[in-house]
Ligand binder design. Structure first.
Ligand code: G16
Length: 565
């Protein structure tokens, strides 16, 4: 009883120092809370409380709290929680996240927390310990928000905050996962795991392609964010791969995500700052502000700032080809008996943003493709249902998940092959899959580990960036955003391909779409910005542009400020 009273007083006192800004309502959204950094102290403090409670609920397992607004402009910031698995916080707790962020007074907050703790049977009041790992990106508001998070965690008796400093979002997720698996989990362990598994993959490259004239240089746009500086660290451990990082944001040069970064490159389809015609034909890649997205691009000498975009769909297709090739080798007739017990159901997960040509290509490969709404939390969950699940959003956010069962099977197969047929194609295929599972982040999409896997696979197949780009021809597409009064008015279904509310909007979209050959169009409320997004595809770029613009005008007519008319 006395413990509970003590807890109540501490929470009340700390929460009183972080009043919420009046008139602001926040929602946990696609990837945590996001808003202007200047109004987020209260939200971050409260998310700190939530993260500590989550750890208590999970028996004291480590939970992560990341301060970032990823691809958003530099004035914004945000906060999200990683579950002990290293994945996104369970969706079951999102209503509580919304409630705790928006409750008006410190007294209401204490009441809400005590009610929730009772309902969830959380050991509260100092009877158990909790641990929260903290990370932040390079945004100027990050440091003070990190302090707010620490105070939120400290307001839960028994909870400890461990500040891991400036990190990419995927690094923090990786650390949380490793720590809970009792594995080495420091930043240098992260670099060691990535570089050693990359080297293993390089050692397994077939002789025929190993001697080809492969361009060993990749030019990387760091979005003026945290990814660039981390890649500079990592590249020191990668002999044989020349990584040139531009847009590092160092010494105040360049603004985070402004005219640079994966989101800019993918949406605008033009060169980011610091890239020009001198780079024509080179292999270029772009990270986003917190390095959880990756896209590639190539500048063609005839096209000014226009680029050939190699988006998340094409990264996914490259990964799928490679994984399928290794599985096919393992399943060859001669190795039957050894490999037929290996569970190897391969599944591909995309969203409505996936270019139609990519889905056709993947299905032609004989792969199972399924769709979820936008947001890695949905894709990740779906991909984890397979022995090998590959998920990617077109914006470059994705990874490959290997089930524990599959990895155990592969490890025991490798032991068998090492004594029965050492150095055989089968053993090499098994080793490649094991190395890929070590390299690619199992907790969340990670631009740094994704980049290394792309580089290893291109080298394995002996492909230039043009070869990769020609894998299939993207259908022309256009994405627009419309500022609206209240984005929550838009409700969608069928993995966001149909508008359910407001009534009448879907009929208008259907009518506009029917005017274009191979037309496809959908709208959805953003989970990270105050806008409704419009995506259109058609057989020509002009038609895709026209379709997106006409639907954007309709969205504006239904929900906007009328400024598009
Ligand atoms: C976040 C999510 C992504 C999602 C993106 C879309 O990305 O992590 O899964 O695709 O938001 O945002 P919206 O809902 O605004 O379209 P990030 O890279 O900003 O964390």
């Amino acid at each position: 009883m006395a413990e509970k009273q003590h807890q109540r007083e501490i929470l009340l006192r700390s929460a009183s120092a972080f009043p919420p800004p009046p008139g602001v309502k926040l929602s946990y959204g696609t990837a945590g809370f996001r808003a202007e950094g200047s109004i987020l102290a209260s939200t971050v403090f409260r998310t700190g409380v939530l993260a500590a409670l989550r750890s208590l609920k999970m028996g004291g397992a480590t939970v992560g709290l990341m301060i970032t607004a990823s691809h958003n402009p530099v004035r914004d910031n945000g906060v999200k929680v990683a579950d002990p698995s290293g994945g996104m916080m369970t969706q079951r707790w999102e209503p509580f996240a919304d409630a705790i962020a928006n409750v008006p007074t410190a007294q209401d907050l204490v009441q809400l927390v005590f009610d929730f703790v009772k309902e969830e049977e959380i050991p509260f009041g100092g009877v158990c310990s909790a641990e929260v790992l903290l990370g932040r990106d390079t945004r100027p508001s990050g440091e003070s928000l990190l302090e707010a998070a620490k105070q939120g965690i400290a307001a839960v008796v028994g909870a400890v905050a461990i500040d891991m400093g400036v990190l990419t979002t995927p690094q923090l997720h990786w650390m949380v996962r490793c720590r809970n698996k009792r594995r080495k989990a420091s930043e240098s362990d992260y670099y060691t795991q990535l570089s050693s598994s990359f080297k293993q993959l390089m050692d397994l490259i077939p002789k025929e392609t190993a001697i080809s004239l492969f361009d060993t240089t990749v030019l990387v746009d760091g979005a003026n964010g945290v990814g660039g500086e981390k890649l500079i660290e990592l590249k020191k451990m990668l002999p044989g791969l020349e990584i040139h990082v531009r847009n590092t944001g160092k010494d105040g040069e360049g603004i985070l995500n402004e005219g640079v970064g994966a989101d800019f490159v993918q949406k605008e389809k033009i060169t980011p700052h610091s890239f020009d015609l001198d780079d024509a034909g080179r292999r270029c890649a772009s990270l986003d502000g917190d390095a959880d997205r990756l896209v590639y691009f190539c500048i063609s000498s005839a096209c000014g700032r226009k680029i050939d975009l190699i988006d998340g769909d094409k990264i996914l297709s490259l990964f799928a080809l490679f994984i399928k090739e290794q599985l096919t080798i393992l399943k060859k007739e001669e190795s039957k008996g050894m490999t037929d017990k290996l569970p190897s159901r391969l599944g591909i997960v995309q969203t409505a943003y996936a270019n139609g040509a990519s889905t056709d290509y993947l299905r032609q490969l004989g792969l199972e493709v399924v769709f979820t709404p936008t947001g890695v939390k949905y894709l990740h969950e779906k991909a984890s249902e397979y022995d090998i699940g590959i998920y990617f959003e077109a914006n470059g956010h994705g990874t490959i998940l290997f089930s524990e069962q599959f990895i155990w099977g592969l490890e025991s197969l490798n032991i068998q092959l090492a004594s029965n047929s050492p150095g055989s194609d089968y053993q090499k295929a098994a080793l490649r899959l094991l190395s890929a599972s070590q390299l690619i982040n199992q907790a969340v999409g990670d631009a740094l580990s994704g980049l290394l896997l792309v580089e290893a696979i291109l080298r394995h197949i002996g492909w230039s960036i043009e070869d990769w780009s020609k894998l299939y021809q993207d259908l022309p597409s256009r994405q627009l955003k419309v500022k609206v009064v209240d984005r929550s008015v838009v409700v969608t279904s069928n993995a966001e391909t149909q508008v359910v509310r407001p009534p009448g909007l879907q009929e208008v979209i259907d009518a506009e779409t029917a005017k274009h050959s191979h037309g496809r169009c959908f709208v959805r409320p953003s989970g990270t910005e105050d806008v409704v997004r419009v995506y259109a595809e058609a057989s020509t770029q002009e038609a895709a542009d026209a379709l997106a613009q006409s639907v954007a005008r309709e969205v504006d007519r239904f929900l906007g400020f009328g400024s598009l008319h």
